[in-house]
Design a protein around this ligand. Structure first.
Ligand code: LRH
Length: 499
């Protein structure tokens, strides 16, 4: 008869995916067979703001498009499972972090969530941390300074017409889970990216929330608008009758997973012992290690390393590196200028380009907003007295050399500050398919790189669901053994990495 099956909804900043995972094999030898049943585009949408403030534009997410993609994906998953004779026993959702939706008391969605690359966030973090005290703040929430952490977005939006109407603030996976089940929770790995969670206790931080409420009177009732925190593995609730009908799934439970995509991706790291670092490589590159407890020292704050919460009580001690966003925006810019360059052609040209001819700081703020990356790269090259990348090969090589260099710098600090010894670097996510980048990363860091699984976040999502209903057992190490059996991996040795 059939095997237990689970559906992962994995929403990235450039695409959403729905994946059916079937747990196959005898106890102790399980693997998860993945089938991608739906994929849909995602990305920032610029919406004009007319009215009293006049003339501006908001960068938003198209939430209803994601909702439709999710429902279509669930329907496709139900169909495939039925055809194959498997029983769907759970649905889990993960997405990019920090961005929040506002929901009114009657359940209405109050507009689309702002995108974390929205220009109105410039300068807000500095203002807030100046008032609250950056050092004390870090000692509680442990977060690196990023302009778009939810708390800064809340401050930036405190005068919005929608804010007083908002009874509930929900991150994207929690919002979708509430639409699927009628139940509202705040899953903790994602909540840890809001800035409002105590990294040591894994609870909402009363001192941090009180301080924000006091500094910004419009936020006075913030605490009451936050959901109850749950850990990954918690059942949120069964699909509503309406959703069951729309998707053809039965009364399947929605299970809270590491709903921050990076948390699920870290579960999906196929490590076989603790001496590993990872790059979760997608639109962003998240470079870090897994720890048992946060590092909240002043040194760690100065180095701008973050302590996001992971599955099973772990801490994701990591840094955001600008990631393949710089490359995708480069290709988009060329396309808009009338030159279509495929990713494959771009990478082939970069492979033949001169190594490390131009290496810039891709984490500089000018690379955060959407726009003309080739021009920004040229400006950064000029400003640092390096040759301006001109050909496709030179530009793309500059991006990849610069990313590998940023990985090395981040990793050096993370290893130094955590004291964790690392002898392998796992690259998971879409970027693990980028052979040249993997090779350059091995070369830059001096570590062997193990690339894969491509669908690390979906796998991490699926195994946590499977464990929650008893279809898998064990700790993170045991789940990672299942991940390893379920993935095809590729290894890049630093010595063999020539150019
Ligand atoms: C990666 C990610 C990252 C966050 C960013 C907003 O998708 O979740 O961990 O910092 O998006």
């Amino acid at each position: 008869s059939g095997s237990p099956a689970f559906v992962a909804v994995d929403l990235g900043a450039t695409s959403g995916r729905v994946v059916l995972g079937v747990v196959e094999g005898d106890a102790g030898a399980e693997r998860v067979a993945l089938t991608e049943v739906a994929r849909f585009a995602n990305g920032p949408v610029e919406v004009p703001q007319v009215g009293p403030d006049g003339g501006g534009a908001a960068l938003c997410w198209d939430l209803l498009h994601l909702w439709r993609g999710t429902l279509d994906g669930l329907r496709a998953a139900a169909l495939l499972a039925r055809e194959q004779g498997h029983e769907v026993r759970g649905v889990g959702i993960d997405s990019w972090a920090v961005d929040h939706a506002l929901v009114a008391a009657d359940g209405a969605l109050l507009g689309n969530p702002r995108h974390h690359r929205d220009p109105r966030l410039a300068g807000v973090a500095e203002e807030v941390l100046g008032r609250l005290g950056a050092a004390g703040h870090y000692a509680v929430n442990g977060l690196q300074r990023l302009p778009f952490t939810t708390e800064f977005q809340l401050v930036a939006g405190r005068h919005d017409a929608a804010w007083p109407l908002a009874a509930s603030v929900r991150l994207v996976p929690d919002l979708l889970a509430s639409w699927l089940t009628g139940e509202v929770v705040a899953e903790v790995t994602n909540a840890s990216t809001t800035g409002l969670v105590d990294a040591s206790t894994r609870e909402w931080s009363t001192p941090v929330i009180d301080a924000l409420e006091a500094a910004y009177p419009e936020l006075a009732t913030l605490r009451s608008r936050l959901g109850d925190l749950v850990e990954p593995g918690t059942v949120v609730g069964p699909l509503t009758a309406r959703v069951q009908e729309a998707t053809g799934l039965g009364a399947v439970p929605v299970i809270a997973v590491g709903s921050h995509d990076t948390a699920s991706a870290v579960v999906g790291v196929p490590a076989d012992d603790a001496r590993f670092a990872y790059v979760s490589s997608g639109t962003w590159s998240l470079v870090g290690v897994e720890l048992d407890a946060p590092v909240l020292t002043e040194e760690s704050r100065a180095a701008n390393v973050t302590n996001e919460l992971g599955v099973d009580g772990t801490v994701r001690y990591l840094k955001n590196v600008m990631g393949l966003w710089v490359l995708s925006e480069t290709l988009r810019t060329w396309r808009e200028q009338g030159t279509e360059v495929t990713l494959a052609d771009a990478l082939a040209a970069a492979k033949d380009a001169e190594p490390r001819r131009t290496v810039v700081d891709v984490d500089a703020p000018e690379f955060l907003p959407p726009g003309d990356m080739p021009t920004r790269l040229a400006d950064a090259a000029r400003a640092s007295g390096q040759p301006v990348p001109a050909t496709v090969g030179e530009v793309v090589r500059c991006v990849l050399d610069s990313l590998a260099d940023a990985y090395r710098r981040a990793l050096d600090e993370i290893v130094r500050l955590s004291g964790r010894e690392v002898d392998v670097l796992h690259v998971v996510g879409g970027g693990s398919q980028n052979e040249l980048l993997c090779r350059l990363t091995a070369e830059a860091t001096g570590l062997p790189v193990v690339a894969g699984p491509v669908e690390g976040a979906a796998l991490g999502n699926l195994v946590v669901q499977a464990r929650a209903v008893g279809a898998l057992e064990g700790d993170l190490a045991a789940l990672r053994t299942v991940v390893r059996r379920s993935s095809s991996l590729r290894r890049y040795e630093p010595a063999a990495a020539t150019r």
